[in-house]
Design a protein around this ligand. Structure first.
Ligand code: ZN
Length: 157
């Protein structure tokens, strides 16, 4: 090291405590449904009748309270667009850069709303043919949330 070289100091710090927080009434219900019943649930706006996903207390379009009209989104939909990673990106969930093996997709559920999730297919040529998909849920270890779905698998028709 020369006299002008900058010394980099690495400090490792691990939080010694675990904590929990409330996700709130609406997201809390949606996460409980994925964990317990393997269902995606949104709520329907009382004015425009659109499904609000993720569920919220106020419709983002109409700005009116959505209420308690819960609607199941279902497990099937149509892929509108997908993308896959070539370069690793920073993943805050694991604390390092990684390329996720499954492509990310915009899926229009048959119930009408759009969700973002992963596709099972990883072959770029086969991906071009993927249209209709169905959610593949974790059988064990569901914790509440979108990661309770492993990915969406291609289905016929
Ligand atoms: Zn609305």
């Amino acid at each position: 090291m020369t006299d002008n070289a900058e010394e980099l100091i690495h400090v490792e710090y691990t939080q010694p405590w675990r904590y929990r927080w409330s996700t709130g009434k609406y997201i809390g219900k949606a996460y409980a449904e994925t964990k317990r019943n393997k269902r995606l649930m949104g709520n329907r706006c009382s004015k425009c009748q659109e499904i609000v996903w993720p569920p919220e207390p106020v419709c983002p379009r109409c700005k009116v309270p959505t209420g308690e009209k819960w609607v199941e989104l279902g497990d099937t939909g149509t892929v509108l667009q997908y993308t896959y990673q070539v370069m690793p990106m920073w993943d805050p969930h694991v604390g390092r850069a990684r390329a996720h093996p499954h492509p990310s997709a915009n899926i229009r559920m048959d119930s009408g709303c759009h969700i973002m999730h992963r596709l099972e297919e990883t072959d770029p040529e086969k991906l071009k043919k993927v249209k209709r998909v169905k959610a593949v849920w974790k059988e064990e270890g569901r914790q509440g949330g979108m990661d309770d779905i492993l990915y969406f698998r291609a289905i016929d028709g």
